[in-house]
Design a protein around this ligand. Sequence first.
Ligand SMILES: Nc1ncnc2c1ncn2[C@@H]1O[C@H](COP(=O)(O)OP(=O)(O)OP(=O)(O)O)[C@@H](O)[C@H]1O
Ligand SMILES: [Mg+2]
Length: 234
Amino acid sequence: MTSEPILSVDGVAKTFLLHLRGGARLPVVSGAAFELRPGECVALGGPSGAGKSSLLKMVYGNYRIDSGTIRVRGDGDFVDVASADPRRLLRLRASTMGYVSQFLRVIPRVSTLEVVAEPLVGDGVAREQALERAGALLAWLNLPERLWPLPPATFSGGEQQRVNIARGLIAHRPLLLMDEPTASLDAANSRVVVELIGEKKRAGVAILGIFHDAQVRETVCDRVIDVTEFAKAA
Ligand SMILES: Nc1ncnc2c1ncn2[C@@H]1O[C@H](COP(=O)(O)OP(=O)(O)OP(=O)(O)O)[C@@H](O)[C@H]1O
Ligand SMILES: [Mg+2]
């Protein structure tokens, strides 16, 4: 692949300071460096506690880093997530970065259909059209239509995860971060997510994710970055 990277991580180090444990220090990564190009799907690998989710949160700008740069190409130029001011970071997320967390953060009293359609409405798509596309995506993910008018608060783990995936994938974002998107899904629904990820890749979206399911990982990912390499140095 010869295209310019959309994500460029260089020399990233982070140590958690545990205030409740007398200021104990927990180094998580050091010297983390990698790049991601459009249309690539890259997995963060390594055992539980290696720092995979933390690294994903650093890229999204949810965790501060101690040193290094995390550059994302968005709105025409590179933005360093680590040093961007909060408003610039929010703009970069809105235009460029999607994040599918492991669990849905439920908004009380808002219907599933609205929850899923919201990112499109935020992009300026007409409400009716956004709701229609939300329904199509939920149908693809086998979420029964009788659930669409209900808030997802009482849904099963797998149902909530599918709502979360639909919300995370409905709008076009050139860089997608996914934390175990198939963890609570059965084989049939995992296959749908694999298809959705394939479609994103063909559209040129770059995906950085954590995929515990080896079969899913081997199907969608072009390579694996072993996070323990960064932890060793930490
Ligand atoms: N906000 C935080 N404050 C303090 N320590 C944290 C914080 N977030 C993560 N950690 C610690 O950093 C280490 C890495 O956690 P992380 O969640 O990134 O691991 P992971 O590789 O995603 O593991 P898993 O596969 O179990 O999800 C763990 O020891 C964890 O306890
Ligand atoms: Mg994790």
